[in-house]
Design a binder for this molecule. Sequence first.
Ligand SMILES: NC(=O)c1ccc[n+]([C@@H]2O[C@H](COP(=O)([O-])OP(=O)(O)OC[C@H]3O[C@@H](n4cnc5c(N)ncnc54)[C@H](OP(=O)(O)O)[C@@H]3O)[C@@H](O)[C@H]2O)c1
Length: 288
Amino acid sequence: MNVLDLFRLDGARALVTGASRGIGRAVAEALADAGCDVAVTARTRAALDATVGAVEDRGRKAVALAGDLAEPGVAAGLADAAAAALGGLDVVVHNAGTLPTAEDGSPLLLPLQLAEQPDWDSVVTVNLNATAALCRAAHPHLAASERASLVLMSSVAGLVGTPMMEAYAATKAAQLSLSRSLAVGWARQGIRVNALCPGWTRTDMTEFASTAGPLSDWLTSHVPLGRWAAVEEVVGATLFLASPASSFVTGHALVVDGGLSVPDGGLAGHPKPASPFAPPLAPPLAPA
Ligand SMILES: NC(=O)c1ccc[n+]([C@@H]2O[C@H](COP(=O)([O-])OP(=O)(O)OC[C@H]3O[C@@H](n4cnc5c(N)ncnc54)[C@H](OP(=O)(O)O)[C@@H]3O)[C@@H](O)[C@H]2O)c1
């Protein structure tokens, strides 16, 4: 046996949500490289069609399923439609996710005490409620598979304190809890369930922060590897969790964060610039 064969998924049927761009599109392409037929979902049909083209260029079948996970019933419908189109599901990478969004479409970064309840609700609806609905709907399809793997795209924000993104971080922590519970509950049905926790990764979602400047400098100063990740650096870990390479791994949260969540207690000594968030968003520490 060649160990690289463990990363193959020839003939597998995969669903990747949030695959119109960013991490999700790269995951869909990687799963196609590994031999999967892939159903891809997002709201933006034109962008999904581009992902379909990228999968088909790799010689695999691709199906675009458009839908807004904020709408009731859509998450479940996408799982069922993907299974119907591909003849079943072996791999589900639930990657779609959102930050709270302002009216102009930009990310809304506010501490909890200044945010409005609808901002919280909109993030919980997409990141948590739709996750539960998708997992529930995917279950019978995965239970019928001989190589079922469910991967939830959580975040390092679910592991560490993430001020100004409390709703996002809470939903990502909830995904970690859900993945552990499902891993135990579904293990004897042959379904592995794991989570992935990327750190700061350059995508449309993080463009507001990754552009060179004080915010990017401040964020990367807290990353031991000292830089942003590229989406390709998240994809390998996703393929590991989806494929037989991780056949004895379930209930795990795989962290791909350049060391961000490793507590160094400041011992590494990397210089940390001052927070670019002005008071009252980041109030100064009270004098001791
Ligand atoms: N980038 C990072 O630094 C980072 C770090 C940790 C975790 N993550 C997680 O990784 C995942 C992918 O993030 P990304 O950075 O690749 O983000 P992105 O570039 O913003 O892509 C998000 C994807 O989700 C889809 N999506 C968003 N809201 C949706 C909705 N209401 N209904 C259906 N689809 C929706 C988007 O497609 P449409 O807009 O076309 O619907 C897009 O395909 C997310 O779960 C995110 O929380 C990202």
